[in-house]
Structures are given as C-alpha cells and as structure tokens.
Design a protein around this ligand. Structure first.
Ligand SMILES: NC(=O)c1ccc[n+]([C@@H]2O[C@H](COP(=O)([O-])OP(=O)(O)OC[C@H]3O[C@@H](n4cnc5c(N)ncnc54)[C@H](OP(=O)(O)O)[C@@H]3O)[C@@H](O)[C@H]2O)c1
Length: 273
C-alpha cells in the first residue's frame, strides 16, 4: 500500500484523519496530495503533515493511483463533473460521501472503478469502522487498496450489495451518536439519583469504554457477557427488565430503520443528473 499515490479531493476532518492514519502506517508524505479551497488548511496540512496541497482538484489527481473524494455530499456532483476530464481509466475512485451512490458517481465521472465507503467519526482517533462496497469495475487489487486505506483509521467490512450501505450507515455511520445519547441519558439519570454531574459523567463514560472493550475483546458474544453480569433478581436484572418492558429492542429497531430510510432518501435527493 505504501507505494500508492493518493489524491484527496477536499481535506476536511475525515480526509485529515485518513491522511494521519496513512502516515502513521508508514505511507510517505510525498505520496499524498490534497486539494482544498482553504489556504489556512492547506498551510496547516503542509506544515504539520508534509503532504502536497493544491487549489486545483485536477492538479491534485495528476499522478494519483487512487482519488479519494472527501467533499460534502451536497457539492459532490459539481466537483465530480469538473474533475471528470482530468481522471484516467486506471485510477480508482473512492468516495466517503454519505448518500451518493455508485451509479451517480460513475455517471458524473465517466464509469471509472468506484468504491463507496461509509466511515464513522471514531476514525478521528483511528478507532473507526467503515462499510465498503465496490462497483463491478473494481479489481481485486483495487479492493485491497481501498480496504488498506480505510483500515488506516480503524477497520472495515465489505457489503455485497450497495443498498446495504444504508444499513451500515444506520448501524455504524450514525452509531456513535446513539452511544453518546445513552451516555447522556445515564449521566442525567445518575444526577437524578443524587450524584454530582462530574461524577455521573465519569461513571457513565468510563462504563461505556469498559463495556465496549469487553465486547470487542471477549471470546463470547455480548448476550453471554450480559447474562454473566445479570444475576437473577439482582440490580442489573431489575434494570434490564425495565428496559425490555419499555420496548428497548423495538425502539432501537425503529431508530435504525429511520436512519437507513434517511440514507436511502439522501441518495435519491443528491444523486442522478
Ligand atoms: N465526518 C464524519 O464522521 C463522516 C462520516 C462518514 C462520511 N463522511 C463523509 O465525508 C465527507 C467529508 O466530511 P467531513 O466531515 O470531512 O467534511 P469537511 O470537514 O467539511 O470536509 C470537506 C472539505 O472539502 C472542502 N471543499 C469544499 N469545496 C471543495 C471543492 N470544490 N474542492 C475540494 N475541496 C472542497 C471543504 O473546504 P471548506 O471548508 O473551505 O469549504 C472542506 O475542507 C462528506 O461527504 C461526509 O458525508 C463524514
């Protein structure tokens, strides 16, 4: 992977995380180009990370094996249409934009091999997870290159059908906010039970971190982990019964369905043309 040349179109938060991850994995800074309208941000990237920066998207792509589109979905069409004449047949295009499907990207860019990704915000700490989908034109080597790039900020999974990226968006793309909401609600409940806000916040945050680490590192599934800490008639049992009686699982299912529906809706609003 470290001999690849990558061009980032848009160098905001997510691109900067990916660039940081790639450099940490040993990719030479001279192999990374980024185009970005903000002079301040270009200076910062050159100074702090040593990569090449550009004002012109086409110039950034001139020697790239991989072109990674990291602009907001709302401007993707205009950016792709302007970039299309500068792209070459062998270049792999990776898009991390929410809700822009492969058909739209290929319509705007001219049927290049396209990989669509849905990363999530823990990528900022190199703890992300991305769902990836490859259009038919993408070779096995290009699939490996795409996964290696996204794995620089965490890990990745492939989905076999593009519409499953709506499910990925619902589970992991939007997922960090669900955990933030649970931490918020646990903190507020702790305060109502008499704890001061700082103590309740610390207890809720560290519990989330510890539970997530146990879930990731244990050799048993989360249902077994939960059963192990739920003695019959005990305190955890009382809370879990209360959650279940209040319809916790159907509530989560409805919330994720709403996120997936919104993801599919965004694709209809932003795609085509
Ligand atoms: N952040 C996330 O957690 C996350 C998760 C999954 C997917 N994504 C996707 O990642 C993409 C980037 O998100 P982000 O959070 O990194 O956004 P961001 O911080 O706003 O980054 C976008 C960058 O693109 C620049 N830009 C604007 N117009 C441009 C143009 N014509 N050519 C080149 N660059 C241009 C922006 O510069 P200015 O600020 O100067 O306009 C900005 O620096 C989005 O499509 C989003 O859907 C993000």
């Amino acid at each position: 992977m470290n001999n690849l040349h990558i061009a980032f179109i848009g160098a905001g938060n997510m691109a900067a995380s990916l660039i940081g991850g790639l450099l940490a994995k040993g990719m030479p800074a001279t192999h990374i180009h980024a185009s970005e309208p903000s002079a301040e941000r270009r200076d910062q990237l050159e100074r702090d990370l040593g990569i090449h920066t550009h004002t012109d998207n086409a110039a950034a792509c001139a020697d790239a094996d991989v072109v990674l589109l990291a602009v907001k979905p709302q401007i993707m069409r205009e950016v792709c249409l302007a970039l299309a004449p500068a792209l070459k047949p062998g270049q792999l295009v990776i898009s991390i934009a929410a809700g822009i499907n492969c058909a739209s990207l290929q319509q705007w860019l001219g049927h290049l091999p396209v990989v669509r990704c849905m990363p999530n915000t823990p990528a900022l700490l190199q703890q992300g997870i991305s769902g990836l989908y490859a259009a038919a034109q993408v070779s096995e080597i290009q699939r490996q290159q795409a996964a290696a790039i996204l794995d620089a900020v965490g890990s990745s999974v492939w989905v076999p059908q593009e519409q499953l990226l709506d499910a990925v968006t619902a589970v992991s793309g939007s997922g960090p906010a669900y955990f933030f909401l649970l931490i918020e609600a646990m903190t507020e409940a702790g305060v109502r039970l008499g704890l001061d806000a700082d103590t309740a916040t610390e207890l809720a945050r560290q519990t989330a971190l510890g539970a997530a680490q146990m879930a990731c590192q244990s050799d048993v599934d989360v249902a077994t982990l939960r059963a192990r800490v739920t003695s019959p008639q005990g305190t955890t049992d009382a809370a879990i019964r209360s959650f279940e009686a209040d319809g916790f699982r159907p509530m989560v299912e409805r919330a994720l369905q709403a996120a997936a529906d919104r993801s599919a809706g965004l694709a209809r609003e932003l795609g085509g043309g």
